[in-house]
Design a protein around this ligand. Sequence first.
Ligand SMILES: Nc1nc2c(ncn2[C@@H]2O[C@H](COP(=O)(O)OP(=O)(O)O)[C@@H](O)[C@H]2O)c(=O)[nH]1
Ligand SMILES: [Mg+2]
Length: 203
Amino acid sequence: MSLVNLNTKEVHCKIVYYGPGLGGKTTNLQYVYQKISGGSGKPIINIDGDNERTLFFDFLPLELGEIRGFKTRFHLYTVPGQAFYEASRRLVLRGVDGIIFVADSQLDRMEANLESLEDLQKNLKEHGYKAENVPIVFQWNKRDLPNIAPTNKLQEKLNKWNAPSFEACAISGQGVFETLKTMSKLVLMNLRGGIHKPSEGRV
Ligand SMILES: Nc1nc2c(ncn2[C@@H]2O[C@H](COP(=O)(O)OP(=O)(O)O)[C@@H](O)[C@H]2O)c(=O)[nH]1
Ligand SMILES: [Mg+2]
């Protein structure tokens, strides 16, 4: 699904931050942007539709290097979580190479996490993607707050595929790059081919 540009010798990969509204997706992106904006990051672009808003920007992760002489370029997207933005959540998954599911660790958001995960699976299916072929990484966000679910509970309820997962506090940046780096590695493994096994850590 990645886009290959033969002229510039670049491979473009699309990573989508998915999850319930107010879970911390935008905060993740803002933190990443802050940290890399001195380098090759481009400004975050807000695309405003009628009422809808999608955030995206791209960057070149230096430490990931090249595949057969092609530079790897990652585009990070996030989507609005509210129920009425259904259409844009579906659209943003077109051509997706990997998903970071940002779960809100607060006990009273468990239901919202579950709903969003179901929504994700449904939308992937509607694009004709086999859910098990799309790499996913889970992020248990807001670990700094009181009244949060223990991580084993989050694992059990949400991460049925035993995909990689990280605890995070997106406002301080804890866990943000760990999540993204693991995601990038999974996407690159997929690109290089051969290593992909549907039974391993994939939704
Ligand atoms: N305490 C705490 N607040 C967070 C954390 N991550 C995000 N937030 C806050 O949660 C709210 C929603 O975050 P946002 O990134 O807009 O969520 P989105 O709807 O998933 O994009 C904002 O007020 C953030 O500052 C976190 O790890 N801990
Ligand atoms: Mg947001």
